[in-house]
Ligand binder design. Sequence first.
Ligand code: SF4
Ligand code: SF4
Length: 309
Amino acid sequence: MQAQLAQDHLSGQIKQKAIELGFTACGIASATRLVSYEDRFNRWLDDGLHGSMAYMERNKEKRLDPRELMPGAKSVIVVAQNYVPETASKEQLKVSTYAYGKDYHYVIRDKLTLMIQYLHELVPGTESRGFTDSAPVLERAWAVEAGLGWTGKNACLIIPKKGSFFFLAEVITTMKLEPDIPFTRNHCGSCTNCMDACPTRAIISPGRIDARKCISYLTIEHKETIPHDIKKIGQGWIFGCDICQDVCPHNRFSTPANEPAFTPLNNMHQWPDDQWRNLEKSDFKKIFIKGSSAISRIKYEKLKSNMPD
Ligand code: SF4
Ligand code: SF4
């Protein structure tokens, strides 16, 4: 009983710390194997829907079981960081809103470092590691397990009354914490807005995305030029794509992020199409220095080749 109370208390303190660090939500799951996701994940890989993201095939065991990633792991702390901008681009050429401000990998990594320091102070001798899109972790699955929300038909994590415009990050720890109840409801209901709005029909069934058709994957991860027919119907998205989130009714609850690091770099949310089209390589290198925006993760040539004719 006493141990239970101590775990409850620790979980509460950690969630409080997450809010102090500017995260919108925090949940906790037990570090066990993600048994119920195994078949779905394997089928997605077997059907080749991950395109050229060969890294998804590697470390499969680590993706499914955090104890393979970190021996002795007992809990997974999941945090969500809002990235909604004050205003989004109304121009023809668009980049995903998550890339307006500083590269989230750095912003979140700094916050996770503070969280891990805090965990070490709370329970000295424990070990904790932070992850944000940087290791084989099935982020959305962990967010559901940690009770944060459900996976929508657009495959995004949707947090009730908050929407889906969030970065997810995890701290895997050897601390034994009181877990939250996994989120078992699904509030998509009969809505199919995201599936209907996806211009390339990349959402092949609820929650199942064919990356090979997804503009987000094709404009960022895919190294080759985007097939002409897809570019033609890509609605001007040149880095990422927000369409299936923009049409989601749950995002009417979204509120602007209270994170100064996500202020748009060089006002890029207001760049007219000409500014993108006339962007020189020298300007690209000056503006998109490492960490300035997630856009700096792709090459100038790739960005240019993403632009429709
Ligand atoms: S990100 Fe764009 S292309 Fe990909 S599934 Fe969503 S709407 Fe379709
Ligand atoms: S648009 Fe509708 S179906 Fe798609 S994720 Fe949102 S609620 Fe679910």
